[in-house]
Each structure stands twice: as C-alpha cells, then as structure tokens.
Design a protein. Structure first.
Length: 266
C-alpha cells in the first residue's frame, strides 16, 4: 500500500499550549443598550458576559470586558487587544461578541454592521503578528437574520473551506493562507434568529460555558466541545410565544479553518 494514507489515531496534530498556563486573552464585547427609542435593551446579556468571564478566568485566560460599543469601536477594541495585549508567549486569542446581528455580521450599538471578514482581517494584520499560526477564536451570540424555520428544515450552513497551503519557492517552509487558524462559533445558523431569555441569558452561551468546564475541556478539543454545544442546543426546542405557539429548534453553526486540535489544557 502507498504511504500517503494516515489513520485517524496514527497522527494527532495539536496546537502548542503555553506550559505556564497563561493561555491568552479573551475579549468579551457585550452590547446591551442600543441607540434608538424603539430598540429594547439586551439586559439578560449581562448574565452571558458574567458566565463567560468566570469560565475563561477559570481556564487561566486574561479577560477583558467591553460594553456598548459602536461598530467602529468594536474593530478598534479588537485591534487594540489583539495587537497590544496578546504576545508571542500566548497560545490563542478569543473574542466573544454578544450583540444584535444580521445576515452580514454583528451590529454595534449604532446599528452599523461589522462583518466576519472584517474581524478576520483585523487579527490577521501585521500589528497582530503574535497570532500568526495560532488559533483565533470568535464566538457570537446574536441573530443572523429574522427567520424561525420549521423543525423539519434542513440546516443550510455555508461551507467555508480554507485555501490549500502552499510552499515557498525553496520548498522548506510553509506560507499559511490568511484564512488559516480561525474558528467561528455562531449561536444560530445563517439567516435565523438566536433565542435569549429575558432574564436568564442565552441558551447558547449557557451551553458553551457548561462544556468549557474543566470536566470536559481538560480532555476534549475545542471542536469537540462545540459539537457538544450544537447537539445540546438543537435537541432542546424553545417555546416561542407566537400565535399559534411554536417550538423553535435553534441550530448553532461552526466554521473552522483550524489545522490542528486545540485544547485549553495539555
């Protein structure tokens, strides 16, 4: 047989994890109060931000929380944290954005949209060179549209394949494509709403924090943890108070160009 076949258990590629336990920086952007009299506040989002802060501090990340940012301020804060606080000793950068959203991206409190490609370009810039080749993880809690699909509707997540890696001219080193080493976790699939309790926060962030607990995160990789989140959320329909009453099966989505397994602890 040819030597190109590699069994799943023969080679396990893992991102390097800082042995000191200082894994990196988590930026939590929590947009609660939006401009405009007819726009309700997202007060239960404080619960989501609190849960995320506690779980990531428990995983020995430096956590920075920012609230009520306009679209341009979102980009400025991400650039400042990723370029200023993240150093080469860190193994990853995580950004959690809790806000309103639409099919194009996430919204600032001024209702202007920041797209996912814009966020990726920021942390791929020369200013953020310490993150080259390291996981850059974004978690979004927010709508991606206005649809509430029927339970029988098949999830139509958009594929996002990375470009093939290329070798430099002398063949001795790899030039990573700009799309490499990203993971985007969305609370709902493209075009659909993301449910959030009036007082209790969102079921997506609850599930993320549940599975980031060391009971799971000490032995499972990030992609495996988010699969557990997907399974839990999709299997627990939400009662929507519509006429007639409606059970909404929310389906989170994962887009990943990670090249290796990422663990929060070795």
């Amino acid at each position: 047989k040819g030597g190109d076949d590699v069994g799943g258990d023969d080679v396990v590629l893992k991102y390097d994890v800082n042995k000191t336990g200082e894994h990196g920086v988590v930026l939590i952007i929590n947009n609660v109060h939006f401009e405009g009299k007819d726009i309700g506040d997202r007060k239960s989002s404080y619960e989501d931000a609190k849960r995320l802060k506690e779980v990531f501090e428990g995983l020995r990340y430096q956590v920075v929380v920012q609230e009520d940012l306009k679209a341009e301020e979102i980009k400025t804060r991400i650039r400042g944290i990723a370029a200023g606080l993240v150093t080469k000793k860190h193994d990853s950068f995580i950004c959690c954005i809790l806000s309103r959203g639409n099919s194009e991206g996430i919204e600032g409190v001024d209702h202007k949209t920041v797209t996912v490609p814009e966020l990726a370009n920021i942390v791929n810039s020369k200013e953020c060179s310490a993150l080259h080749g390291k996981p850059k993880i974004f978690l979004f809690q927010g709508d991606r549209g206005t649809e509430i699909p029927e339970p029988s509707t098949v999830d139509s997540s958009m594929p996002w394949p990375p470009k093939e890696e290329e070798k430099v001219a002398d063949g001795t080193a790899r030039a990573l494509p700009p799309e490499a080493d990203f993971l985007f976790g969305f609370s709902t699939s493209d075009g659909n709403v993301a449910a959030r309790g009036v007082y209790s926060g969102s079921q997506y962030i609850k599930a993320v924090c549940e599975f980031l607990d060391p009971k799971y995160s000490s032995r499972l990789s990030l992609d495996e943890l988010l699969l557990l989140v997907n399974d839990k959320i999709s299997g627990n329909p939400i009662d929507f108070k519509l006429l007639p009453p409606y059970k909404y099966h929310q389906m989170p989505e994962i887009r990943s160009t990670l090249r290796k397994k990422f663990y929060f602890k070795k």
